[in-house]
Design a protein around this ligand. Structure first.
Ligand code: FAD
Length: 448
């Protein structure tokens, strides 16, 4: 029996906020989520996200079991190779990735829109769209959130799950800063067609490819193939259970995700036109084509053939670590407190981990086992420890910092040769290959 009535307000229906909403609902705790987007299908900044064992564990803990199965069934097929390419698409290294059917200890690629629709399934009644949070008032008996439309909502706890530019954080921890790393990325999405499929060598089409181009241009290519066809019906050859889960899942009605290629190029900010952040559409594709002018025609064809509306710039940013703060009934999760570069691809996984940890803390308070503020303090201590550890590790990884030697005029060539050489020797020398794969899976699987 609960001894502490709890109503939790969550600002932001992103990865972390929606996962938390599921966990709280399963624990019987009252929750309401407020999202500024107008509808469940409105813009998402990004196409693909990699979910690793940390994220899988959190989703399995918070989601109803059948929805976790739907999440699994709606992921893209797993990459079979991790390739390192030159801009000319020469493979300087390739690692066969071990196949895994394990629902938790495996790496998955998912469309962001699909993940959002999965996470909205079953909590639609507590997610309020078109609610832009503006500020809160905190009193001894609760917290009131105010929205741009003049309405407000009151609860016992307010959770900032509103991402990198968190409005809640700006009020609550005004000294917390997010800084740009000096790197900009342009990302685009092109449909998979028989022509694009034929352009790519099998290992590239089957895998995930990191591109070390010359002149300090980096890139990544993800091939996203799903279990459903253009009409949204399960594809032939998809296993019976997965086909059934896809067919029964109502979220696909809102999800226009179909098989696609996701190509991104990034470099130091000074290699881009000064107004790149304001450019969109065909203009941005031109910039990407200019940056990659010495890349293989197949890669450039992906940019050229992408839907102009799908192309957008990303300014990479990272949180500056801060000292712990006195705990109160306002708390934070995910990018709202620890934005990290995509260098290791763990930001969403860390937001999911936060959601499951915070859910456990609030459940302990709800059941009367732990006083509310004690439970929130325990959550924050742990979240700050691992969250900022991931921020630090991600900061320089894979050229996501403008200070990377890759972007320096002369030393850049040596740095490029060193990076390619590291991957090449790791892929060719069996003990180094085993170590590389073991380190990769340990890093992405360990909840350190
Ligand atoms: C290029 C790139 C690639 C990445 N790839 C990976 C990857 O492979 N794996 C990985 O783990 N992570 C990856 N990440 C990081 C990941 O996208 C984020 O860490 C993750 O989305 C954070 O989740 P969140 O729930 O904290 O915030 P978000 O998912 O950003 O959600 C925040 C929500 O809050 C809403 N919101 C904002 N302000 C308000 C307001 N005032 N009122 C109401 N609602 C508001 C927003 O609309 C949004 O829905 C990548 C990031 C980038 C930039």
């Amino acid at each position: 029996m609960p001894s502490t009535p709890l109503h939790v307000l969550v600002i932001g229906a992103g990865t972390g906020g929606l996962c938390l909403a599921h966990g709280l609902r399963r624990a019987g705790i009252s929750v309401a989520v407020y999202e500024r987007e107008r509808t469940r299908s409105d813009a998402l900044h990004g196409y693909r996200v990699g979910i690793n064992p940390t994220g899988n564990r959190a989703l399995r803990e918070c989601l109803p079991p059948d929805l976790f199965d739907t999440f699994r069934a709606t992921c893209a097929r797993s990459p079979r190779h991790f390739n390192v390419l030159t801009g000319r698409m020469r493979r300087t290294a390739s690692f066969a990735l071990p196949p895994s059917d394990d629902p938790v200890n495996s790496e998955r690629s998912v469309s962001r829109m699909t993940l959002r629709q999965v996470l909205l399934t079953g909590v639609e009644d507590v997610v309020h769209f078109d609610k832009t949070f503006t500020h809160y008032e905190q009193r001894a008996d609760g917290v009131t959130a105010h929205f741009a439309d003049g309405t407000s909502a009151t609860g016992d706890v307010l959770v900032a799950a509103d991402g990198t530019r968190s409005t809640v954080r700006r009020q609550y921890l005004p000294h917390a800063r997010v800084e740009e790393t000096g790197v900009i990325s342009i990302t685009a999405k092109a449909p998979i067609t028989p022509e694009t499929r034929a352009m790519l060598p099998p290992e590239v089409f089957d895998g995930i490819s990191l591109i070390f181009g010359g002149r300090g241009r980096m890139g990544i290519l993800h091939v996203m193939e799903f279990g459903w066809d253009e009409r949204g019906a399960p594809k032939a050859g998809v296993g019976g259970t997965d086909a059934d889960l896809i067919a029964r899942w109502p979220g696909l009605l809102y999800d226009n995700t179909r098989d696609y290629l996701n190509l991104a190029v990034w470099s130091a900010a000074d290699r881009f036109p000064a107004d790149v952040r304001d450019r969109r559409g065909a203009d941005l594709i031109e910039i990407a084509l200019d940056l990659t002018r010495d890349w293989h025609p197949a890669l450039r064809t992906i940019f050229a053939g992408s839907d102009p509306g799908s192309c957008f710039p990303v300014t990479l940013a990272t949180s500056v670590p801060i000292e712990p703060w006195p705990t109160s009934t306002v708390t934070l999760l995910g990018d709202a407190i620890h934005t990290m570069t995509p260098g290791h691809g763990v930001g969403a996984n860390t937001a999911l981990r936060d959601a499951s940890l915070l859910c456990r803390a609030l459940t302990a308070a709800y059941s009367g086992r732990t006083p509310l503020l004690r439970a929130l303090a325990d959550y924050e201590t742990e979240m700050i420890r691992y969250g900022f550890a991931r921020v630090a590790e991600s900061r320089g990884a894979n050229g996501t910092s403008g200070d990377d030697p890759l972007y320096r005029p002369v030393i850049g060539r040596l740095a490029l040769a060193g990076a390619r050489g590291f991957f090449a020797s790791s892929s060719r020398i069996p003990p180094l290959r085993r170590k590389f794969l073991a380190d990769l899976s340990a890093y992405r699987g360990a909840d350190t």
